[in-house]
Design a protein around this ligand. Sequence first.
Ligand SMILES: Nc1nc2c(ncn2[C@@H]2O[C@H](COP(=O)(O)OP(=O)(O)OP(=O)(O)O)[C@@H](O)[C@H]2O)c(=O)[nH]1
Ligand SMILES: [Mg+2]
Ligand SMILES: [Zn+2]
Length: 293
Amino acid sequence: MRIDDAFHECVLAGKYRLAGKRSTNPVSVGDLVGVNMDKIPLVIEQIEDRKNYIIRKSVNLSHETHIIASNMDLVLIVASVAKPRTSTGFITRILVTAEAYGIPAALVLNKSDVLSEKETAQAKELADEFDFLGYKTFLTAAISKTGIEPLRDYLRGKTVLVIGHSGVGKSSLLNALDPGLNIKTSDISKKHQKGTHTTTFAEMHDTEFGTKIMDTPGVKEFGLVEIDPRDLGGYFPEIRTLSKNCRFYNCLHKDEPDCAVMKALETGEIARFRYSDYLSILETISSDKVERR
Ligand SMILES: Nc1nc2c(ncn2[C@@H]2O[C@H](COP(=O)(O)OP(=O)(O)OP(=O)(O)O)[C@@H](O)[C@H]2O)c(=O)[nH]1
Ligand SMILES: [Mg+2]
Ligand SMILES: [Zn+2]
């Protein structure tokens, strides 16, 4: 058995197929695997323990999970204020998962060239807010290669997962970062066909600037897996800090007396959209928990 990084078509050993029953994909992009090269077809016989991974429910209400990628240094969320719009809730769900697994995360707001004046102001406001929370944020237009250089510098030397809705321009962004990649993106004629996913499987790309980038198919929804309601506030940097001043150590910041988070809402110290995203995530994961019993 030896481990290398060339392209080989493989099948997965039966023991992993069975062990991963709750997961739709026992092996994911980013996994380090050991392959038996003496068999035809080649067989993945060993999956190294993961340093980290990003996981979601395979579809809403499902008990099956989907590992989007493993072993990364950074989660790069690609979003757009319009065409298609990404909600702050979607962004925050991914950020929460990254926080839960201790993975640094950053945000790209792409398609800055197609935004109205009002939408441009919204994008800037969002960028400031997420930057303030400690998530580096970039405003880009992949097609006109605007804002690409600072992003390239930031990604240098890292192994990066790129994630976001279909059509926000993930693959286009990778091509803008390294034109040599020449990844397939949807063309104008396909743009209006709903539900078209241009990238159909996750793939790791080596760039000429020393970054390994995992491009993934667009995800419509991001259902959280294994996040305890009591831990949720700890995955919001601002709530984590504020909650030290709540009266109860296990405050859910919902309706408890002397809650520092709710007070901060009145003074504007915490953004309203973040607090409402917190509450809606809290509600879904709390009802998930009841359902599982
Ligand atoms: N105007 C404009 N169009 C863009 C930009 N980035 C991407 N596009 C266009 O948006 C469409 C979707 O781009 P893709 O790169 O295929 O999107 P994707 O996120 O990889 O989509 P999936 O692979 O389906 O997840 C294509 O028609 C691109 O040309 C941008 O910054 N500005
Ligand atoms: Mg794509
Ligand atoms: Zn509280």
